[in-house]
Design a protein around this ligand. Structure first.
Ligand SMILES: NC(=O)c1ccc[n+]([C@@H]2O[C@H](COP(=O)([O-])OP(=O)(O)OC[C@H]3O[C@@H](n4cnc5c(N)ncnc54)[C@H](OP(=O)(O)O)[C@@H]3O)[C@@H](O)[C@H]2O)c1
Length: 315
C-alpha cells in the first residue's frame, strides 16, 4: 500500500482551505446523510446526486432542509452527470451496492468528475484495508479493488478512507457481542487487534477530508483498536455484567463455514448476505485487513467514540 500518513504541518489542512462545493453521491444513504450533515456543519456547499426515484423520499427532504442542493441524475446520462459535477472541488461517493454500483455507477461518476474538471474523488470504500487481501477472500472488497484500479488510472486525485468495521454494527448485524448468553464470539486469536469506528466519526472525518485539498491516496482512522479481549472488557464495563469469550473455532474452520453458508444461502444479489459478513470478520480476525497506521489526529475537533461507549448506548 502507498504511503499512509501525510506529515502534519502547523497549517492544519482543514483550516487552510475555504469550504468549497462538494458533490455527494449516495447522500440519501445511512452514511451519506451523516456526511452531508457534517459537510454543512463545516460550512460547505453540498450538492447531493440522487436517482430520480430517491429525490421524493424523506431523506432527500431532510437534505434540502439542511440547505443541501438535491439534484436528480440518471447515471447512464454522461452529459447530465458531468453537468451535475461541474464546479465541485471534490466528488464523494457513499454509494452502496454490488458490481452495478461499486464498479459501473462509480465509473460513470468518476468519468463525469474527470470530464467536469473536478480535482478530487473519494470513492465509497469506508472499510477495512482491502489493499493486501487476496482475490476471492471478500466479494465486496474484490469489487472495490477493481474500481480502485480504474480510479488509479484516472487523471484525478483519489483518496480512500479506511475505518475498519462500523462500531455501530457491534450492537446490530455483527454477531460478536452476544447480549443474551453474554458471550463475545470469535474465531482464531482473541488477541488480534481490530479496528472499529462509528459511522458518525467516519462521516466527520470524511467531511473534513473532502474539504482538504492535500489528502494522500489513503487515510486510515479507528475510533478504537481493540482485540476480542478488549471488546470483552468493553462489554463488561458498558453493562456491568460478566461476559465470557466463546471461541467458535480456528480461522480455517470459519473459512469452511463461509463456504458452507455461501453454498446453502448464496443470496448473490444481497450486498451484505451472512457469508459476506463472515468474510469481513475473517479478514479482520486474520489481521490481513488491519489498518497499518492511523490518521485520527489529522483534523482537530473529532472526538473518537470508544467501543465501550457504543455498547453502553445500547445497554
Ligand atoms: N465498514 C463497515 O463496517 C461498513 C458497514 C456498512 C456499510 N459500509 C460502507 O459504507 C458505504 C455506504 O453504505 P450505506 O450503508 O450508507 O449505504 P445505503 O444506506 O444502502 O445507501 C446507499 C446509497 O447508494 C445509492 N445507490 C444504490 N444503488 C444505486 C445505483 N444502482 N446507482 C446509483 N446509486 C445507487 C442510493 O442512492 P439513491 O439516493 O439514489 O437511492 C443510496 O443513497 C458503502 O461503501 C458501504 O459498503 C461500511
Amino acid at each position: 500500500m502507498a504511503t499512509m500518513s501525510a506529515p502534519r504541518t502547523d497549517n492544519s489542512p482543514e483550516t487552510a482551505a475555504a469550504p468549497g462545493t462538494i458533490v455527494l453521491a449516495g447522500a440519501t444513504g445511512a452514511l451519506g446523510l451523516l456526511i452531508a450533515h457534517q459537510l454543512r456543519q463545516r460550512g460547505a456547499t453540498v450538492r447531493a446526486l440522487v436517482r430520480p426515484a430517491a429525490s421524493a423520499k424523506a431523506e432527500a427532504d431532510s437534505l434540502r432542509l439542511q440547505g443541501v442542493e438535491v439534484v436528480a441524475v440518471d447515471y447512464n446520462d454522461a452529459a447530465e452527470l458531468t453537468k451535475a459535477c461541474a464546479g465541485a472541488t471534490c466528488v464523494v461517493s457513499a454509494l452502496s451496492g454490488l458490481r452495478a454500483v461499486i464498479v459501473d455507477a462509480q465509473t460513470q461518476l468518476l468519468d463525469a468528475a474527470v470530464a467536469a474538471g473536478v480535482p478530487r474523488f473519494i470513492p465509497s470504500d469506508f472499510s477495512a484495508d482491502f489493499t493486501r487481501l487476496p482475490e476471492g477472500s471478500n466479494r465486496n472488497f474484490d469489487l472495490r479493488r477493481e474500481f480502485a484500479r480504474r480510479l488509479d488510472q484516472a487523471p484525478i486525485q483519489a483518496t480512500s478512507i479506511f475505518n475498519g468495521m462500523f462500531a455501530d454494527l457491534l450492537t446490530g448485524q455483527a454477531p460478536v457481542v452476544l447480549a443474551g448468553p453474554r458471550r463475545v464470539l470469535y474465531w482464531g486469536s482473541p488477541d488480534q487487534p481490530l479496528d472499529f469506528t462509528t459511522m458518525v466519526n467516519t462521516a466527520e472525518f470524511t467531511a473534513a477530508a473532502a474539504l482538504d485539498a492535500t489528502t494522500p491516496r489513503y487515510l486510515c482512522v479507528a475510533g478504537e483498536v481493540a482485540s476480542i479481549r478488549g471488546v470483552q472488557a468493553a462489554a463488561r464495563a458498558a453493562t456491568g455484567q460478566e461476559y465470557k469469550l466463546f471461541r467458535a473455532g480456528s480461522l480455517g474452520f470459519l473459512g469452511t463455514m463461509i463456504q458452507v453458508t455461501k453454498t446453502l444461502m448464496p443470496a448473490k444479489d444481497d450486498v451484505f448476505p451472512p457469508w459476506q459478513g463472515m468474510q469481513y470478520l475473517h479478514n479482520m480476525l486474520s489481521g490481513q485487513a488491519k489498518l497499518p497506521s492511523l490518521d485520527n489526529a489529522r483534523y482537530p475537533g473529532i472526538r473518537w467514540t470508544s467501543v465501550r461507549e457504543v455498547l453502553a448506548a445500547k445497554a
